[in-house]
Design a protein around this ligand. Structure first.
Ligand code: PEP
Ligand code: MG
Length: 954
């Protein structure tokens, strides 16, 4: 950290010119052990790239990125040149601050110098300063800016009288380190000044450390001297720092806009009204800063010059910094932002000049503001995309429009839009006392715990109960509690401490590469919000009576689980992916859901009729009456169809022309077999054994596995069991099996690649499987096979084990999930007994779209003709060798995919138990020869949408 101290200053230096001054500085830095020999070259190169003259007689010479390795320790040395040194362009330097920094710490120094740079005659004062202390005072003692930020504002204070309100206002100033203890008592001696509109003003210069202004409003009606008290300003007065603000406040009151202050619902709104911030409706554009060393003096100077060219106000702020925007015309203000490479800047301009200024400044920043810039890594580009998306005026979707998003829970629903946009809750940063805040937090946690207990008791679905049990565990997590207590001890309020800890934990979770684990961050934020709502005394949800479509930004699992599925017809969210807990809960409750539809949906007018198709991920906004009528007829027909299908679920599935398609079940545990058979499963087509491994705290031994597999076979009563060997990896880690973090786990050591590296584990599983079979039909398949050797090694392993464990009816196959395996199918088909196509992975690898991607996964459609080509190759290769092919990915249960898969000749479809009856009914409604024709047409299509259109209109 760079700080300025008097020991760093050498007074009364002399240098004939700039090179001599640089040599002096380099010698000084080197003599003090901050840099190695050769740093001078860095200082010179840097000056050659552009002068480091800052203004006010100050220059800040520093090295280049190439000379950073010569820096032993970060530090600064200050040389005073009373005679001045010409720094080029006639700019005289009286103080040169030489910086040795390994990274961009000089930005911090620039922030420190910001106030000094605002002074008009500092150069002369620096020149004549007699001692290091005097010089330092000049740098630090320039008039201080008025402290006024969101932390200085508290709205709706529970105050019984004016004194209590005054006390809170004074406390904010004290917390902001503007005043010493006792300032409240000083203010109590001051006569309050009524400003009009129920606003009051108090100020004092006593006990003031730095100038600051606080603003508090009472929660209930208060009166003083017969007048209402709607808000109180408390000023810690020092010099003229408050002048500008006072002028703006007077203007506001003269214009009769005082209400904007005490009726504001957020601190930001108050700041905006006071003019500290640009009005919310000024146009803005966002752009990431790519300059290697951030917005340092040179680029900032250029930006300020450009901004000055426009006849109107231009502001700049660092998005997500929490700091207000500053004038882009002021070099010192720009430097005070301390903007670093990769941070997103928001340029805000007053409407009259916005059309010209915004694109011009954006282009200049993008071009590097006079510096060569290296493109930002994709992460930053993504932030930009998001930021630009936010900045682009998002409009509510028009009536009659159709939105395409991620299908999260099937079913068709219609109803008026009911928007639940989370309100930003305001809370103080600092607390009353440790005891009070700790007690408050304990109370809120107890209340939320009790709520969750109730939810667990009321939930009939296991999936929902499991989620709430996880929430309980999160609430009771001792690590979270410790961190919160630590913060409370530092003086934070319960709300601030709790939210800071939750935010850190959620960010950590979000950074995990596994999409499923990362989505657990939503659960953390969910409980975070609930506890915060308790702390702020806010109800989080009010449910209307009529059946509606719930529209939210991101829906938390507990939001969904609290819903009455009789009244919530459907769910539509702006963000989120199909594998989020909320989607799982929606599916468990049978509520159709479409997620990740974008921010525009949050602007839908409440009450707008919506038609939601959770199967296709579509939403029609204010659809025409005939569209609505068709949908409701469709829904009724579908309900009737499902009821009829259920009646015939135990019968085989034959097409109208007698072609048989087997319909099996996907399961993850032995307990699910009975239901699968009851729903009409003709076998298990995919036993995901990793789910069983995940349910244990350590790898289950052979006996445990044997018992589990035997239970599945018992439950199947002679029907075939297709088992997939352990399919885990960096994307799906087992808690007790540490796997090295990988840059790209989906392309890393997963599936068979991993188990072949752990032959003892694989052999244990295979032995348990072979032992469980006896005379019963067992099919073993290997996941993620992409090369013939992998399959052969696995096959040979089984062959060796089989010498000791005889099995009467065994087939060995592979999953087709990797495009290379599909393309190799003609070769592999000669060796395997069957193929089972995992369309979930096959689609992600073919289309190069992460299957869990929150925004792209909607495009990862298994009906893409490229995926269909691979399925076609696989089926033809298998049939040429007399082998069978199944499909066990989600595509098998997609009604629109059914005719295509059957037409391509797939012999078996393996789906979740709940879909079996519907799939069988779908097969029965098909003519095989017709399906074959559609399949051929689908292979010739260009897009998944074309394929869907083909079967929809067929
Ligand atoms: C698949 O990839 O289609 C598949 C069935 O395997 P999983 O979804 O378990 O990866
Ligand atoms: Mg898979």
């Amino acid at each position: 950290m760079l700080e300025l101290t008097s020991e760093q200053i050498s007074m009364s230096q002399q240098a004939a010119d700039k090179p001599a001054a640089l040599t002096l500085l380099a010698d000084c830095l080197q003599a003090d052990g901050l840099v190695a020999e050769g740093y001078l070259a860095g200082l010179q190169t840097r000056e050659a790239q552009g002068s480091t003259y800052l203004g006010q007689g100050i220059a800040i010479p520093h090295g280049t990125p190439q000379t950073r390795e010569l820096v032993h320790a970060t530090g600064v040395r200050l040389l005073q040149f009373p005679d001045g040194v010409d720094w080029g362009d006639g700019q005289m330097v009286y103080l040169a601050i030489g910086i040795a920094a390994k990274s961009d710490e000089h930005l911090r120094l620039l922030q420190l110098l910001t106030r000094a740079l605002g002074e008009t005659d500092l150069g002369q004062a620096l020149r004549t300063a007699a001692t290091p202390e005097a010089l330092l005072k000049l740098l630090q003692g320039a008039p201080q800016a008025l402290a006024l930020d969101a932390q200085m504002i508290t709205l709706n204070v529970a105050a019984d009288d004016f004194e209590e309100l005054l006390w809170r206002g004074a406390k904010l100033l004290r917390q902001g380190d503007c005043v010493s203890p006792g300032f409240a008592a000083v203010l109590q001696q001051v006569a309050p000044l009524p400003l009009g509109d129920g606003l009051w003003w108090l100020h004092s210069q006593q006990m003031v450390k730095r100038p600051g202004l606080s603003f508090v409003t009472p929660a209930g009606p208060l009166r003083l001297l017969g007048q209402p008290v709607n808000g109180l300003f408390c000023l810690a007065s020092l010099g003229e720092a408050h002048q500008a603000l006072l002028e703006r406040l007077c203007t506001l009151l003269i214009e009769g806009r005082g209400e904007a202050l005490f009726r504001a619902n957020s601190s930001r709104a108050v700041l905006q009204a006071l003019g500290g911030d640009a009005p919310a409706d000024w146009p803005s554009l966002q752009v990431p800063l790519a300059n290697t060393h951030g917005l340092h003096a040179r680029p900032a100077k250029l930006l300020a010059q450009l901004a000055k060219g426009f006849a109107g106000e231009v502001h700049l702020r660092v998005v997500d910094s929490g700091e207000p925007a500053v004038s882009a015309k002021s070099l010192s203000k720009l430097l005070s932002l301390g903007a670093r490479r990769g941070q997103v800047l928001e340029i805000i301009a007053e409407p009259a000049i916005a059309a010209d200024a915004l694109p011009a400044l954006l282009a200049a920043i993008e071009a590097g503001l006079g510096e060569e810039v290296e493109a930002l890594p994709p992460m930053a580009a993504e932030v930009l995309a998001e930021a630009v998306e936010t900045a682009a005026q998002v409009c509510a979707p028009a009536a009659g429009s159709r939105l395409q998003a991620v299908a999260a829970a099937p079913g068709i629903a219609s109803g008026p839009a009911h928007l639940q946009v989370l309100q930003a809750l305001e809370y103080p940063a600092l607390g009353e006392s440790f005891e009070a805040e700790h007690g408050r937090l304990r109370g809120a946690l107890d209340k939320v715990r009790a709520d969750i207990d109730g939810l667990i008791r009321r939930s009939t679905a296991q999936a929902i109960r499991d989620i709430f049990v996880t929430h309980q565990e999160m609430l009771d997590d001792p690590a979270l509690a410790e961190d919160v207590v630590e913060r409370l001890k530092q003086g934070e309020s319960a709300a601030a401490a709790w939210m800071a800890v939750i935010d850190t934990a959620a960010r950590r979770q979000e950074a995990l590469r596994d999409a499923l684990l990362a989505e657990r961050a939503a659960d953390l934020r969910d409980i975070g919000r609930r506890v915060l709502a308790q702390l702020c005394g806010v109800e989080t949800f009010h449910e209307p009576d009529e059946p509606y479509i719930l529209v939210m930004d991101e829906v938390g699992p507990s939001d969904v689980a609290r819903l009455d599925s009789q009244r919530v017809a459907g769910i539509l969210t702006a963000r989120g992916g199909a594998t989020a807990h909320s989607a799982i809960v929606a599916r468990a409750l049978g509520i159709p859901a479409v997620v990740g539809a974008g921010e525009a949906v949050l602007l839908i007018e409440p009450g707008t009729p919506l038609l939601l198709d959770g199967q296709r991920g579509r939403v029609d906004v204010a659809p025409a009456p005939d569209v609505l009528a068709r949908a409701s007829a469709d829904r009724e027909r579908r309900a009737l169809r499902l009821a009829a299908a259920a009646e015939h679920r135990l019968e085989p599935a034959l097409t109208t022309d007698g072609h048989v398609v087997e319909v099996f079940a996907n399961i993850g545990e032995s307990a699910a077999v009975a239901n699968a058979v009851a729903q009409g499963a003709e076998g298990v087509g995919l036993l995901r054994t990793e789910l069983m491994f995940m349910a244990h705290t350590q790898a289950p031994d052979e006996a445990t596995q044997l018992a589990e597999y035997s239970r599945v076979l018992d439950g199947l009563g002679g029907r075939p069991l297709v088992v997939r060997t352990l399919d885990v990896g960096g994307d799906k880690p087992l808690p007790y099996w540490p796997i090295q973090a990988e840059e790209n786990p989906f392309l890393g050591v997963r599936g068979i690649r991993l188990t072949l590296q752990r032959p003892e584990l694989m052999q244990t599983q295979l032995r348990a499987l072979l032992r469980s079979a006896g005379g019963r039909p067992l099919r073993i398949m290997f996941p993620m096979v992409g090369a013939a050797e992998q399959w052969r090694q696995a096959r040979d392993m089984v062959a060796r084990l089989r010498e000791d464990i005889p099995v009467a009816d065994l087939q060995l196959g592979i999953m087709i999930e990797v495009p290379s395996a599909a393309l190799l199918a003609p070769v592999l088909a000669r060796e395997v007994d069957f193929f089972s196509i995992g369309t979930n992975d096959l689609t992600q690898y073919t289309l190069a779209i992460d299957r869990g991607h929150p925004t792209l996964s909607a495009q990862a459609d298994g009906l893409h003709p490229a995926v269909l080509q691979l399925i076609d190759i696989t089926v033809r290769a298998a049939h040429a060798q007399g082998k069978w092919v199944g499909v066990c990915g989600e595509l098998a249960a997609d009604p629109e995919a059914l005719p295509v898969l059957v037409g391509l000749g797939v012999d078996e479809l393996s789906v979740s138990a709940g879909s079996i009856a519907e799939v069988k009914a779908g097969v029965r409604a098909l003519s095989f020869s017709q399906a074959q024709q559609w399949a051929q047409q689908a292979l010739g299509a260009a897009t998944a949408a074309e394929v869907r259109a083909l079967v929809e209109t067929a």
